[in-house]
Every structure is written in C-alpha cells, then in structure tokens.
Design a protein around this ligand. Structure first.
Ligand SMILES: Nc1ncnc2c1ncn2[C@@H]1O[C@H](COP(=O)(O)OP(=O)(O)OP(=O)(O)O)[C@@H](O)[C@H]1O
Ligand SMILES: [Zn+2]
Length: 488
C-alpha cells in the first residue's frame, strides 16, 4: 500500500509520519491489557478494537508485526496511584474465591469478548504474575539511583529522571488530586514500584524480594514485559487516554531509569479516547457498566458494537446508547444484506458485471478502491472516513461481483467486520431468555400470514402479541426484508 502512514503521537501531541525503528524487526507494539478482576466493559473493549485496527492496518500495509498485550493479574490498585487495595485482592475477598480463580475466570471471559469482536490474537499475551522475577531484577537495578524505601514499599523518586510527566502534558489539578498522599513520600508523584505486605497481614499474592514480602507495582509490570518481549525502544505503546496521565508517565520514568537515557521506551505513545454513557466514562470501578455479553444476551450481534466503534475515530469520545447501538446494528444488517446479494452472482457466473471480465481490467478496477481505503486508514486510522467508501463500493453498479469481492476482502482485512462470511441468520442472535426457537417463530409467522390472507385480523394480532410476549418483534413491511427481530 502506498499512502504514507500518519499516526498521532501523544508525546508530541501531534500527527507524525510513521516508520518502524528497525525495519528488520518489523513493527513492535505493546498494549496495556485488562485488569482481570471483573468483566471487561464496552469501554475497555473499545481500547482493543482500537489496537486491533492499528494491528490490521499495519499488517495490511505490509509490515511484519509483533504485538504484545498483557494481562494484569496483580498490582493495579483501587486508587489510581499508590493507595488502596489491589483490585484483584479486593475482588477475591468480595467473591470469597482465590485470586487465581478470579484471574482465570475473567481472563477467559475477556478472550471470549476478543473473539466475538473479531479482534485478532496478539503475538503474545503476557501475564504479569509470570514475570515477578524479572520485575524484581528490574527494580533492583534502578533502585540505588532512583528509588527510596518506606515502610509501605520501594518508591520511585520522580525527580531523578528528566522531564517527568511530559506525556501527561500540563500538570493539572485533577491529575494531582488522583494521587493520594503516602506518609514519607518525597514528591506527590512518586510511586511504589514494590509494595510491601503490611506486617501481620498475609496476602494471597505476595513474593519475597530484597525489600521484603510484597507485590510489584502496576507500572513496573508494563515496563518489564514490554522490554522483555519487544526490546527498547520499540515502536508503539497503546492504552486508554486515562493511562496518559499516570500509568504511562510512570512507565516512561522507569524506562528512562533502566536505560540511563532520556528515551521514553517507545517511539509512539497512542491513546484511545473514552466510551462514555450518560454517567460519563464507562468504568468498572464505578459499576453500572455494560458488558459485551449482555448485548449478545439481548440479541445484538457483537460486530454491531465493533461497527459502532469504527464509526468514530479512536481519538474522539464515543457515546454509547441503546439508540446508537441499534443504529449500528441496522447499518451492519444493511451491509450484510447487500453483500449477500452480490455473492450468489459469483456462484452463478453472472459476476462479470457491465464492465466485462479480464484479469488486467479487474486489477485496474479494484485498485482505486484499495487506494481510497488506504488513504483513509493511513490518516491516523480514520475508520469513519473508510466506512462511506465501503458503502460507495457496494453501490457501484459498474463494478463486477468478482471485483467487489476482491475489494471487500481488503475492507474485511482492515475493518474486521467479516462481511464476506457473515450471514443474515448469524446476525439474528438468539436472546438468552428466548423461549421460542427460530423454527417455531417461522411457523407462527406462517400461521399469522394465513390469518391475514383470510382477513382474520384478530387472530393475526393475537399471534403478534404472543410473539411479542416471547421477546420477538414482528417487522411488517421492513425495508430490509426482515420478518422479525429480537425485541431489545
Ligand atoms: N470508558 C472507557 N473507554 C475507553 N477505554 C477505556 C475505558 N475505561 C477503561 N479503558 C481502557 O481499557 C483498558 C483496560 O483497562 P483496565 O482493565 O485496566 O480497566 P480498569 O482501570 O480496571 O477499569 P475502569 O477504568 O473501568 O475502572 C485500558 O487501556 C483503559 O485505559
Ligand atoms: Zn500498562
């Protein structure tokens, strides 16, 4: 692909041309992963639709990619900085389960979400608790020059590195307010890289270290795992925009201490904006969030949520509402129905189109569409610009079915909407509480149709009401030709 790739770098707060640091190594990407103390909410999943779009674009444009996503199963505290409980310990206590069971359960649920959203597997999932020895080695190396010990842990002195907090931009009050005071800290922004277990308290997760029994800090794990698997510096580090304020500046400080240089550890730092609802940022800690499984249980195909994400550029805030989701589902249905109409033409040999066949001519016909797709997504992953091009492609009457299929394959590669494979039937997800099978619904609709033919409207209405009571909405005269849908 020929369009130059431009990405927004949070470090400089500007768009910049992207090229791999070491073309022989391909592109190396690290994404902060989920903290597996609860189900991921739709906001969390937006972060991985974003990283998946980045991975897909890089791969489609011909780069070899190494992508690491971590699983945070230790170290992330209930408060953003250094106070409070470990989120995992708190969840295990609340559910009276072992941390390991909690981590296994929510990791499996997260990976199921990833599969449902057609997010490609990274090259590696790296689990924080598999890297404790490396974290202790890393901390021991930087401790003499950059850390000090308090009763509660080993703290990083942020004044020992140049330009601390540059990524966060201006030091505003909200950022400072998120950091809780810990007795004896030299500066409010200093953070624990090792938290000692309080005397007399046995934690489920604790390890011996030169600073006593305890557990690593959350920021330490990402520095250690990215360095181990990608080397330093690597190309792109991603996360949600909340990480731009504390977690990533702290990773950068550690990386600088480790290399003894001013390098931040990654060339580009990229951040997706929030998914918000009426209450503001969707948040696990705040509660009342929406999971992907709850959408599926209500009869919504998960790729409708992917499409909703793609309709916004990753740096814009995105509002989640039942109306927005329903509109995305309708748009997805429309796309699938249009593609389904094209595919039989291929099978029946009617696919040569008005322009006629010929291999050379086909390549010529497809190229401009690929070029337009390339230009859109190379502009800082501008998926909202790519979607109308897809609509135009499907509507283009001059293009043969083969050419459309070939161009569609590229859109599927980049956008991950799976349009060439998704069927109409698959889109109609059976709600978890459905009492009728699709066959039973079809039978009832035939009976209703027969009643209408003989003008027995009382009977036809009673069948419609009966279906509605079973969560099935009858769709008379639907422009897309759907006869029913799950009532949302
Ligand atoms: N509402 C949101 N919109 C977009 N991204 C989000 C949102 N909330 C969290 N993220 C991102 O999701 C990813 C996974 O986060 P993680 O599992 O650690 O969340 P968390 O901090 O435990 O949850 P929360 O912030 O909801 O309490 C991170 O990159 C984070 O920045
Ligand atoms: Zn991280």
């Amino acid at each position: 692909m020929s369009a130059p790739l431009t990405l927004y770098n949070s470090l400089t707060r500007s768009l910049a041309p992207f090229a791999p640091l070491d073309p022989e190594k391909g592109v190396r990407v690290y994404s902060c992963g989920p903290t597996v103390y609860n189900y991921a909410h739709l906001g969390n999943l937006r972060a991985y639709v974003f990283t998946d779009t980045l991975s897909r674009v890089l791969t489609w444009k011909g780069y070899a990619l190494t992508h690491v996503i971590n699983i945070t199963d230790v170290g992330h505290l209930t408060s953003d900085a250094d106070a409070g409980d470990d989120k995992m310990e708190a969840a295990a206590r609340a559910q009276a389960k072992s941390i390991w069971d909690i981590a296994a359960h929510y990791t499996a649920a997260f990976k199921a979400n990833i599969a449902d959203l057609n997010i490609r597997q990274p090259s590696r999932w790296s689990v924080a608790t598999d890297h404790i020895a490396e974290m202790i080695d890393f901390a021991a190396k930087i401790a003499p020059e950059h850390c000090y010990e308090l009763d509660s842990g080993l703290y990083f002195d942020t004044s020992t590195v140049a330009d601390y907090g540059r990524l966060a931009g201006s030091q505003d009050d909200t950022r400072e307010a998120r950091i809780e005071a810990v007795e004896g800290k030299r500066h409010p922004q200093d953070f624990a890289i090792w938290r000692k277990s309080p005397p007399g308290e046995q934690r489920q997760m604790e390890w011996d270290s030169p600073w006593g029994k305890g557990a690593p800090g959350w920021h330490l794990e990402c520095s250690v795992m990215s360095l181990k698997y990608l080397g330093a510096p690597f190309d792109i580090h991603t996360g949600g925009i909340d990480h731009r304020e504390i977690h990533h500046p702290n990773e950068i400080a550690q990386n600088q201490a480790f290399c003894g240089c001013s390098d931040t550890g990654a060339h580009f730092w990229m951040h997706n904006n929030f998914l918000v609802d009426r209450q503001g940022k969707m948040s696990k800690s705040k509660g009342g969030f929406t999971t992907l499984q709850s959408l599926i249980d209500a009869g919504v195909h998960p790729l409708a949520y992917r499409l909703l994400c793609l309709q916004a550029q990753y740096r814009s805030e995105l509002e989640f509402s039942a109306e927005n989701l329903a509109a995305a589902l309708t748009r997805l249905k429309r796309l699938v129905m249009t593609v389904r109409k094209i595919l039989p033409e291929l099978a029946s040999g009617r696919g040569t189109g008005e322009a006629g066949g010929g291999a050379a001519r086909s390549a010529d016909a497809v190229a401009p569409w690929l070029q337009r797709l390339d230009e859109a997504v190379s502009d800082d992953l501008n998926t909202p610009k790519a979607l109308p091009i897809l609509d135009e492609l499907l509507a283009d009457k001059r293009l043969s079915a083969e050419d459309k299929r070939d161009a569609l394959a590229a859109f599927d590669d980049v956008l991950g909407l799976n349009l060439l494979a998704l069927t109409r039937e698959e889109l109609r997800v059976r709600p978890a509480n459905a009492t009728l099978t699709p066959e039973a619904i079809a039978d009832r609709l035939v009976e209703r149709q027969q009643a209408r033919v003989v003008k027995d409207f009382q009977r036809s209405d009673s069948i419609r009401d009966e279906l509605a009571a079973a969560g099935v909405e009858v769709m008379d005269g639907d422009p897309l030709g759907w006869d029913w849908k799950p009532a949302l």
